[in-house]
Design a protein around this ligand. Structure first.
Ligand SMILES: Cc1cc2nc3c(=O)[nH]c(=O)nc-3n(C[C@H](O)[C@H](O)[C@H](O)COP(=O)(O)OP(=O)(O)OC[C@H]3O[C@@H](n4cnc5c(N)ncnc54)[C@H](O)[C@@H]3O)c2cc1C
Length: 377
């Protein structure tokens, strides 16, 4: 049986960022990834936006990790050649009635330490985005876009350069505490570690249950987000990142427009609770529905201008029954859960790492590095 200092379950962006941080300090770091490649799930099925930290309750882990992660992600991308661009975004209030809410959003952003926020008028919106309709907009300069596939690979590459082992096709099926260590059985064999990190994304609650941890009670509810793309002939209708006001009772930031690094424009993601954590396609929303939502900001859009694109699944902690009262991106939304397991103190659990997890990954890794330092001290 292999011996390790640290086993990380999950080779998504968060697991790989953690592996990179921990392997700089510790030998014998292993990442066990169920699938044949790293980053095949939520980590590459997303908008690829480097978020600023605008929406999250001041003082929350989401706010802290997103703001710090924004800075660290830009630094990492520059250092390791990950394709990215700091293009800024506009949050558009389509009617005068949304003005107070837009100002409140700007205050939350300022409380989270964002710099350069500015409310602009219709003429300024038009100058920046000639096809977008809105009364006012909030300019957020620190938002950007990146290639999430390249980001995951780069975190993993640096971890491997530090000596970490990334084991694919290694789905974990059994975990037990033995003599102060944690024994993990996966498709790739058995390994015993002094410390375990559960970074299994959508399946983090299932992994906690394998250990017999009470933290498995933090159940993950899969919420699918689907995207459409603008047809090539209309791609220049959107130049940057354009968001509506976040819906006060929604599960997402609202149907927004994302110009990718490759010049295409994503519309979405939608938000719908599903039963199966592996169901990316069943009963997809018709393009007419996307067009209906998108028309709020882009009045000339027709269903014929859209083609269906990929989808991703959010690991939500809010059950469907409470979703109308727990605001996803405001003070009522559940925070990231990142802590040592009270029953198994040499296990670090990460549960509910939804958006802005891509951006926050390097800051989450710093927190996990501290927790692991306490365990292995
Ligand atoms: C539609 C959508 C849009 C988003 N847009 C953005 C955005 O623009 N910006 C942003 O910052 N965030 C965004 N996010 C959030 C971000 O994508 C996630 O927070 C982030 O990818 C989570 O990464 P992860 O490593 O925790 O999870 P994952 O990518 O799910 O990785 C977990 C890994 O664990 C593995 N695993 C699971 N169970 C086991 C097991 N038993 N044994 C071994 N391995 C296992 C899985 O195979 C998987 O590879 C978005 C999310 C969605 C769904």
């Amino acid at each position: 049986m292999d011996q390790a200092n640290i086993v990380i379950i999950g080779g998504g962006v968060v697991g790989c960022a953690i592996a990179r941080a921990l392997s700089a300090r510790w030998d014998d770091v292993f990442v066990l990834e169920a699938l044949p490649k790293i980053g095949m799930l939520t980590s590459t099925r997303n908008s690829g936006v480097i978020h600023s930290g605008l929406y999250y309750a001041p003082g929350s882990l989401k706010a802290k990790h997103c703001v710090r992660g924004n800075q660290l992600t830009y630094e990492f991308c520059r250092t390791y050649g990950v394709p990215h661009r700091r293009i800024g975004k506009l949050v558009v209030a389509s009617s005068e009635g949304d003005f107070e809410e837009l100002k409140a959003l700007a205050r939350t952003g300022a409380a989270n330490g964002l710099e350069g926020l500015r409310i602009v008028d219709r003429a300024a919106i038009r100058a920046r985005e000639p096809h977008v309709e809105g009364a006012h907009a909030l300019e957020v300069p620190s938002t950007g876009i990146l290639s999430s596939e390249d980001l995951v690979k780069a975190y993993a590459r640096v971890a491997v350069d530090h000596g970490a082992h990334i084991v694919k096709n290694a789905k974990v099926s059994k975990i037990e505490a033995v003599r102060g260590n944690i024994r993990v059985l996966s498709e790739a064999g058995e390994i015993e570690a002094r410390c375990l990190v559960n970074s299994a994304g959508l399946f983090a609650d299932d992994v906690a249950a394998l250990l017999g941890s009470d933290m498995a009670a933090h159940r993950i509810y899969p919420v699918r987000g689907e995207y459409c793309e603008l047809v090539r002939a209309k791609q220049d209708w959107i130049r940057g990142l354009v968001y509506p006001m976040p819906h006060p009772q929604g599960l997402s930031l609202g149907t927004h427009f994302t110009k990718t690094l490759w010049g295409n424009v994503l519309i979405g993601p939608t938000a719908r609770y599903i039963q199966d954590k592996n169901d990316y396609e069943k009963d997809r929303e018709p393009v007419e529905e996307f067009a209906r939502h998108a028309r709020l900001l882009l009045p000339d859009i027709e269903a014929a201008d859209l083609v269906p694109a990929f989808s991703g699944i959010r690991p939500k902690l809010t059950p469907p029954s409470q979703s109308s009262t727990a605001h996803a991106h405001s003070k009522g939304a559940p925070d990231f859960i990142i802590q040592r397991d009270p029953q198994f103190p040499n296990v670090v659990q990460l549960i509910g790492i939804e958006s802005p997890g891509l951006t926050s990954a390097p800051a989450i890794a710093e927190q996990v590095d501290e927790l692991v330092g306490e365990i292995l001290a």
